[in-house]
Ligand binder design. Structure first.
Ligand code: UDP
Ligand code: MG
Length: 325
């Protein structure tokens, strides 16, 4: 290490990012050249990449020589959320930042983030996109709708445009790591743990290289899982809906009974009533079962208590192991 400054550890999830590894490293070196009072550690989390990401990381490790580049290679693709957890649960820096490998989370913001913590007394600082320039219209539209719904229906408040790029003090990291749920929704977890957070705004940046692994349905699944992870309101809503339907059906039954009294017996078939009722209740029951099933599935996964990630290979702690030898 160059000096005895505070260490900022950067947790970088990488899935098929062979083109970005070097770009990212060089960019970080540039940024830290302007912050001489801090040292950095980059912890790349290889999330089961199928390209040459790992080779690129190892190249950087030997090139850096100062022990500032670490990696954890997961045994398969566990998803970005699990990769972040792997990084956070192994980090040692005084401050820890979480950011994407593709430079869409501008490392220049780290300077403002550190000063928010050190000078303004915040516990963490997070980046927030104020424009969605370069993003497909439909994606922005859905994302806005998502924030609207999640903020109204769940216990957490998400800031529109918030990203999972943030710099944190150790206490915040430890709180996040203490949440061991398997279906992780990082933005929701950030909001849930609380602490004093400063929002730092930036304009949307395009990927440095490579292409996004997210597609439309991937994002829909992500939004849905965030919603289910933090909302118990849908379950309650379903119960109210069930009660309302029962009430409506009682009123309807009374009404049908009264009209039937005035109709000659031979004209009363009752088919439509029966069909409508069957369809109606069928629909309601399926909805309720679906909702309950969703939560049951989540409970099942949590109860199984599987690890969030598995490591295939890492160089963390290797220096110490070498010293012992
Ligand atoms: N990522 C990951 N595991 C995955 C998918 C993505 O670790 O299964 C990483 C990816 O390498 C990148 C970050 O998560 O560093 C964000 O992914 P991406 O750029 O594809 O998403 P977008 O920026 O389009 O939301
Ligand atoms: Mg990206």
């Amino acid at each position: 290490m160059k000096n005895n400054g505070k260490i900022i550890e950067l947790i970088v999830p990488c899935y098929n990012e062979e083109k970005c590894i070097v770009l990212f490293y060089n960019k970080i070196k540039d940024v830290f050249a302007g912050m001489p009072e801090y040292d950095f550690i980059i912890t790349y989390i290889d999330d089961g990449s199928k390209d040459h990401t790992m080779e690129e990381i190892k190249k950087i490790v030997s090139q850096d020589g100062a022990g500032r580049v670490q990696y954890i290679s997961l045994s398969r693709n566990f998803g970005k959320e699990a990769a972040l957890y792997a990084g956070l649960s192994n980090c040692t820096g005084d401050y820890v930042a979480v950011l994407d490998a593709d430079l869409q989370h501008p490392p220049e913001l780290l300077k403002d983030m550190v000063s928010a913590i050190e000078e303004e007394g915040y516990d963490c600082a997070s980046a927030r996109r104020v424009t969605r320039k370069g993003e497909p219209f439909i994606r922005s539209l859905f994302s806005r709708a998502f924030y609207h719904v999640i903020n109204h229906l769940t216990v957490i408040d998400l800031m529109p445009g918030s990203t999972d790029y943030r710099l944190m003090k150790r206490d915040v990291v430890e709180s996040i790591v203490s949440m061991t749920e398997k279906e992780r929704f990082t933005k929701g977890i950030y909001a849930w743990v609380g602490f004093k957070n400063k929002w730092i705004e930036y304009e949307n940046v395009e990927r440095a290289a490579g292409k996004t692994t997210w597609n439309f349905w991937g994002l829909v699944r992500y939004a849905y899982s965030g919603f289910i992870a933090f909302a118990t309101t849908p379950l309650r809503g379903v119960i109210y809906m069930g009660m309302l339907v029962v009430l409506i059906s009682v009123i309807l039954a009374i009404q049908i009974y009264i009209t039937a009294l005035g109709t000659p017996l031979t004209d009363r078939t009752g088919y439509s009533t029966i069909i409508i009722l069957i369809l109606f209740f069928g629909g309601v029951i399926i909805t309720i079962l679906g909702m309950i099933g969703e939560y049951l599935a989540r409970i099942y996964m949590e109860v199984k208590n599987r690890p969030i990630y598995l490591t295939r290979e890492t160089n963390i702690g290797q220096d110490k192991a070498d010293e012992v030898k």
